[in-house]
Design a protein around this ligand. Structure first.
Ligand SMILES: Nc1ncnc2c1ncn2[C@@H]1O[C@H](COP(=O)(O)OP(=O)(O)OP(=O)(O)O)[C@@H](O)[C@H]1O
Ligand SMILES: [Mg+2]
Length: 486
């Protein structure tokens, strides 16, 4: 019982696997497979049907033929039996045998039950005598004999109403099989040609049908990769053609929406950067100056109250707090918008940031730059590259638990490449769906790259993470301010 159940579940699993395999083949494969199965089953069925019908009618025909040969022999041998001319009887039998290729044997039994003439070369088989006999004086009797040579139709026909004896003949079915084989051969040939024609036509049909689908699939893949400009080709105005038209309309709408979104995003980023610059300047120039003045005043006060040690200690404490606040303010101001980025260019600002970052988080950070000599970069590009590296490094500090980080920034062939690589714990960076939705750092980096027509890829494993950004310097709208050196 248990073995049966195991076997059934094994068969079920195999059937499921084969079905899944069949369903997973391409549409072309499915249609061609169906046409082939249809043609083969139709061919088999037709061949069997025709064999059956031809076989049936030929068998009847053969029975009638056997009876008529036997009757004819009986009529022709009547006289010869009466005068007991065995020689002539033998000749008659041999002639009949010669003229009828299907005839296997013929013999004549006289009134006394004795075989007086036969066609057997190697002696008469006596057992034949018993297998068929005439039952009614005027009627020939057909009997089917199953032998090693196949079915034999044995006919016993009375001579002179039974008074002259009996003629017996045996006819084989070989001609029936021969005709059936010929018919089957012809049917199979026709089915084969029809099948080839069917397969050819169905191949053409599936080619015509699947070409637009394949084109649509490739357009969809391109759009999934972010190329919203890709259009599906409309071959005909059928269902697939209409689907392609709707698809093109949809990607057109998406492309327009993305254009508007990109413009808005650029504005938001530019406004955000302006605001950061304003706050940074204000922090530095206004509050920073005020705090510096306060520190100077405290120094003066310290001297004035030099006689009171308690007052000096307190003033000193306030002054050092003020200086710490000034330092923190500078750091905050630089983080918001490093003045060096505007004044001294991207590379100086990056060097400055990397140095302070390494010191602050106690990390070994190598910075390698190349190709920026005499390069004029638009403000928006400088800010984008700076912010991407800033976010990537912040992520290393926050999540990677790394010991070493290397930053490579390079300009070559119209592209800026920024690589930030760490030897930390890594994370699953296969797809954006894996990232928590409230995390915006990586998405922000990607958006900044895409706005310039660039790309950002992240490779991560338990050995570390590598952020790879590539931005075309002339691509996208790099407006946003005057150029500074790289
Ligand atoms: N270098 C890295 N090493 C290990 N994990 C990282 C690294 N960079 C990013 N991650 C993982 O990817 C996640 C998403 O990073 P992302 O910068 O988008 O968000 P966040 O840093 O957590 O938050 P924020 O939105 O403030 O940037 C992080 O929470 C962290 O788990
Ligand atoms: Mg982050």
């Amino acid at each position: 019982m248990r073995v049966c159940r195991n076997f059934a579940s094994l068969v079920l699993r195999k059937v499921r696997a084969v079905t899944a395999l069949a369903l997973n083949v391409s549409i072309k494969g499915k249609i061609m497979g169906m046409v082939l199965v249809l043609i083969i089953s139709f061919g088999l069925w037709t061949t069997l049907q025709i064999r059956h019908i031809v076989g049936d009618s030929m068998s009847k025909e053969l029975g009638n033929k056997a009876i008529s040969i036997a009757r004819d022999l009986a009529a022709r041998s009547e006289e010869l039996v009466l005068i007991n001319n065995t020689y002539a009887l033998h000749s008659l039998l041999m002639d009949t045998l010669e003229n009828n290729p299907d005839l296997l044997y013929a013999f004549i039994i006289n009134q006394n039950g004795r075989v007086i003439a036969h066609t057997f070369q190697e002696g008469f088989p006596l057992q034949l005598l018993e297998v068929n006999q005439v039952l009614e004086p005027d009627t020939a009797r057909l009997q089917l004999l199953s032998t090693e040579e196949g079915i034999i139709r044995d006919v016993a026909a009375p001579i002179a109403h039974g008074y002259g004896g009996v003629v017996r003949i045996g006819i084989t079915e070989k001609s029936v099989y021969r005709v059936m084989d010929q018919v089957s051969e012809s049917v199979i040939t026709i089915v084969f040609f029809l099948g080839a024609l069917g397969v050819g036509l169905s191949y053409l049909l599936t080619f015509l049908m699947t070409r637009p689908i394949a084109n649509l699939v490739s357009a969809t893949e391109d759009v999934t990769r972010g190329n919203l400009e890709r259009k599906a080709r409309v071959y005909w105005d059928d269902e697939i053609g209409r689907l392609a038209k709707r698809f093109n309309e949809m990607t057109g709408n998406l492309s327009r929406a993305r254009g508007i979104r990109d413009k808005l995003l650029k504005k938001v980023i530019s406004a955000q950067e302006d605001e950061r610059r304003r706050i940074s300047r204000e922090l530095h120039d206004e509050i920073g100056q005020a705090l510096t003045a306060m520190a100077v005043q405290l120094k003066v006060l310290e001297k004035e109250f030099a006689c009171s040690t308690t007052a000096v200690t307190r003033i000193e404490a306030i002054r050092s707090l003020t200086e710490e606040t000034i330092e923190e303010l500078r750091r905050l101001s630089a983080q918001l918008r490093p003045a060096s980025l505007d004044d001294l260019g991207l590379i100086t600002a990056l060097k400055d940031f990397v140095r302070k970052f390494g010191a602050h988080f106690n990390l070994e950070v190598d910075l390698y730059t190349r190709g920026f000599e005499n390069l004029e970069l638009a403000d928006a590009v400088k800010i984008a590259v700076y912010r991407i590296i800033q976010e990537a490094l912040t992520n290393v500090a926050r999540h990677a638990q790394a010991n070493n980080v290397s930053v490579i920034v390079e300009y070559r062939d119209g592209y800026i490449t920024a690589i930030v690589e760490d030897d930390g714990v890594g994370f699953r960076a296969d797809s954006e769906e894996d990232l928590p939705t409230e995390r915006l750092g990586i998405l922000g980096m990607k958006e900044r790259c895409h706005l310039f027509g660039g790309s950002l890829t992240i490779e991560s494993s338990s050995q570390g993470t590598c952020v790879y950004a590539r931005i075309p310097v002339d691509g996208g709208d790099s407006s946003g301010g005057t150029g500074g050196n790289g």
